[in-house]
Every structure is written in C-alpha cells, then in structure tokens.
Ligand binder design. Structure first.
Ligand code: S3P
Length: 176
C-alpha cells in the first residue's frame, strides 16, 4: 500500500517531552519505520550520549547528530525522533524545514521533571539543579521549537492519545 506520507515526520522537543515513546507509537499507528537519533548515534559510535559528551565533548556529539539527521532526512518517509538539541542546530532545523514535517511535543516543566527519572545521565542537566537547568533550556529553546509545523501539548496525555493527536494534526496540516 502506498503511504499517505511522502516526507519524514520529525518529532522535536526538549528531553523528557516523549519524542522516543510517542514516536514509536506514531510509527506503529501509521505503519512507518521508526528511527531515534540518539539511538543511531550510539549505534554509530558504540557510546551513549552521556559518554560522548564526557569523552569527546558536545561539539563532537553535534557532528554525529548532523550526520545521522542528514542521512535519515534524505531517505524514505519514516518517523524520526530527534535529540533535544537537533532542531536547535540551525543546519538541522533548515534541513527539517525543507524536507520533513516537524512536530513539537510541548510539555510543561512539571511533566518533564516527572518523566526525567535519571537527571545524572543527561549531559545538559549537569552543573546545576536539574529543575533550574531545565527552565533555562526551556527559556532558550521553546521559541525555536515553536517554529515546527505542528505543536502538540502532551501534558496529562496518554501515549496513545498523543500519537492520535499527532496523526490528526499532520492530516490537517497536509490538507492546507
Ligand atoms: C540533548 C538531548 C538528548 C541527547 C543529548 C543532548 C539536548 O536527547 O541528544 O543528551 O541537547 O537537549 P533527548 O532529548 O532524546 O533526551
């Protein structure tokens, strides 16, 4: 069967917003392949994001991220969960804007803190109280995530509801 979706569907948003879990549920719903940027970086390097930041630095992680995103944005339609910083890099953001449909999973700080069970494993939450670091990132990044084609608020939603809402909004977006 030909898929209705001719472009990659890319989930963007901060850590803990549910990109990976909602992405998997969406891919299952739409019968599309699912790829997670962080998982692909780990597959490529044999290292977790945490260890790449610690051993090679953030710049190296961002290079792997550009490589993985470019590879999957140029391929067949799929559901692609970006890392929290993916859409923040201008070159990745421009690539997503020209080749994909972007969906921002917008969650408030309370939802995020509930979902982030292991702040120590999150390189960007180091060097301060997790809630404060997260709020700083929210202030900087939310105006950028807001450039996505579609925004879905996930607070208080079950995974399957989020996946259903995303599908509905993509269909609406494609009709316009
Ligand atoms: C990052 C988010 C992480 C991971 C890396 C950097 C960020 O991904 O890519 O630790 O810059 O926000 P998740 O959003 O999947 O946790």
């Amino acid at each position: 069967m030909m898929s209705t979706y001719t472009k990659p569907l890319v989930l963007v948003g901060i850590m803990g917003s549910g990109k990976t879990s909602a992405g998997r549920a969406l891919a299952q719903r739409l019968e599309l392949d699912f790829i997670d940027s962080d998982e692909e970086i780990t597959r490529l390097t044999g290292l977790s994001a945490h260890d790449i930041f610690a051993e090679q630095g953030e710049a190296a992680f961002r290079r792997y991220e550009r490589e993985i995103m470019a590879q999957h944005l140029s391929g067949k339609p799929l559901v692609l969960a970006s890392g929290g910083g993916g859409f923040i890099q201008a070159s990745i953001r421009n690539d997503i804007k020209s080749k994909a449909i972007s969906i921002w999973l917008n969650s408030n700080i309370h939802t995020l803190l509930e979902r982030i069970s292991d702040p120590a494993s999150r390189p960007l939450l180091k060097g301060g109280a997790p809630a404060e670091r997260l709020q700083e990132l929210i202030d900087i990044r939310y105006p950028v995530y807001a450039e996505a084609d579609i925004t879905i608020v996930t607070d208080g939603q079950r995974l399957q509801d989020t996946a259903r809402d995303i599908q509905r909004e993509i269909d609406r977006f494609l009709k316009h």
